[in-house]
Design a protein around this ligand. Structure first.
Ligand SMILES: CC(=O)SCCNC(=O)CCNC(=O)[C@H](O)C(C)(C)COP(=O)(O)OP(=O)(O)OC[C@H]1O[C@@H](n2cnc3c(N)ncnc32)[C@H](O)[C@@H]1OP(=O)(O)O
Length: 398
């Protein structure tokens, strides 16, 4: 029976660029910026890194099919470099490669870096994915848009649980308001203004019931992590952040082929979470977790994820939202850095950006966003469309 990677890998250092419209910076500039911060944070020399993973999704526009541009940009000394891509779980996938290498004993110190220059792709929610997503969207789902797909999730959720449009839209507005409040406190976020639920409700509709403020932005960014064994890490810090679990689940496709799936949950998230909790030894996530960074590409995605992660009971997430359970001062703050809502979603970077926030929270380095005494943090990514997805869950603690 597999024993998993719990407590076999520690985070030695992390870095994250400011996310936003970085028109004047190339992908290489963003990689160097995130890497330099991580290297400085780790307190090691570059030549101590023995292997590196690069996560990036739209290779055609950004940096090509290999990890060679990263090796060149960071001037890595002929070590193995590997490029990975796994939809929105791309950053986490790169991090997983580095962690598995350390956990297996194949290397002592490894680097994971995620980057995306999304603005350069011309990518946007409304016109569909046809500028960058290739054959699937151009020929098989030509009229599909991400906001449209997730809007259906919202209408199905409202219908299933008997929620009026007013009640449902107000709950979603509160999710975005909460995230914008945190993003406004974060100098690395892209969209840094506080908003009110009323502004969310009055904003232009993107795909009903989702309006402008229910959507994540479109941004450029990069984030990096240097990982090692707990023993090596303890030579640098007394209480390093340890990886408790990393799980990824890909769809079997059954949701696309059956009428039994009602669109109000994601089996890939529930499966990845189930395995992650088992690997980390978590029995009661609602009681044991201290902070969450979930894949809030749209406000409804965040709501459904509360339930898929077994934090909120099925059909009861709105009650938790109304009680402030996920607010910065709540029982389990969610998106304390502002989330995809305020960072946008430069695909390769997002997963590691989430880990960066949990890492800083656990080390009490989150400044005005710091939550008191965090013990365990969870990150979650959802790639693809609701019926065709890959989801990752990571758990981190001291
Ligand atoms: C599984 C998945 O992860 S799927 C997710 C994939 N990602 C997406 O689909 C991205 C979704 N978001 C979008 O496509 C875009 O942000 C949209 C369509 C919602 C808005 O785009 P546009 O209308 O082109 O906005 P544009 O870039 O022109 O900005 C207009 C204003 O709105 C603001 N803005 C743009 N997007 C957002 C947003 N999501 N939230 C808040 N404000 C926004 C801009 O800052 C700008 O403000 P300003 O006038 O004060 O400068």
């Amino acid at each position: 029976m597999a024993t998993g990677i719990k407590d076999k890998v520690a985070i030695l250092g992390m870095g994250c660029t400011r996310f936003g419209e970085r028109w004047n910076d190339g992908a290489e500039d963003l990689m160097v910026e995130a890497f330099q911060e991580a290297l400085q944070d780790a307190g090691i020399e570059k030549h101590e890194i023995e292997a590196a993973w690069l996560g990036t999704c739209f290779d055609e526009v950004n940096i090509g099919k290999s990890a060679i541009p990263m090796a060149q940009a960071l001037k890595l000394p002929n070590i193995p470099v590997t490029r990975v891509e796994n939809f929105c779980a791309t950053g986490t996938e790169a991090f997983r490669g580095a962690c598995y290498a350390v956990a297996s004993g194949a290397c002592r110190i490894a680097l994971a870096l995620g980057v995306e220059k999304l603005k350069d792709t011309g990518y946007g929610g409304l016109p569909g994915f046809d500028t960058a997503m290739g054959t699937l969207n151009r020929f098989i789902l030509p009229n599909f848009t991400a906001p449209g797909g997730f809007a259906l999730m919202a209408t199905r959720y409202f219908a299933k649980y008997g929620i009026s449009p007013e009640e449902g839209k107000m709950a979603l507005a509160k999710i975005s308001t909460k995230s914008h409040r945190c993003g406004a406190l974060n100098p690395k976020a892209h969209l840094r203004k506080e908003i009110s639920p009323e502004q969310v409700l009055k904003a232009p509709i993107i795909a009903w019931p989702l309006g402008l403020f229910d959507c994540c932005g479109v941004s450029d960014g990069a984030a990096a992590a240097i990982v090692t064994t707990p023993d090596v890490a303890r030579a640098f810090q007394k209480n390093p952040v340890l990886v408790k679990s990393l799980q990824i689940a890909a769809t079997s496709g059954e949701e696309m082929l059956t009428t039994r799936w009602d669109g109000t949950y994601l089996k890939t998230t529930t499966e990845a979470a189930k395995r992650a909790y088992a690997e980390a030894g978590i029995a009661k996530p609602r009681e044991e977790l201290s902070v969450l960074e979930v894949h809030d590409c749209f406000s409804i995605t965040e709501l459904v994820t509360y339930e898929d992660l077994q934090i909120s009971e099925r059909g009861r997430a709105i009650r938790d939202i109304n009680e402030g359970f996920f607010d910065l001062e709540g029982k389990i703050p969610c998106q304390s850095d502002g989330g995809l809502k305020c960072f946008g979603h430069p695909i390769g970077a997002s997963g590691i950006r989430m880990i960066y926030e949990v890492y800083n929270q656990l080390l009490h380095r989150a400044g005005p966003r710091q939550i008191p005494d965090p013990r365990l943090g969870l990150t979650h990514n959802l790639g693809g469309i609701p019926s065709f997805s890959v989801c990752s869950v990571g758990i981190f603690g001291l």
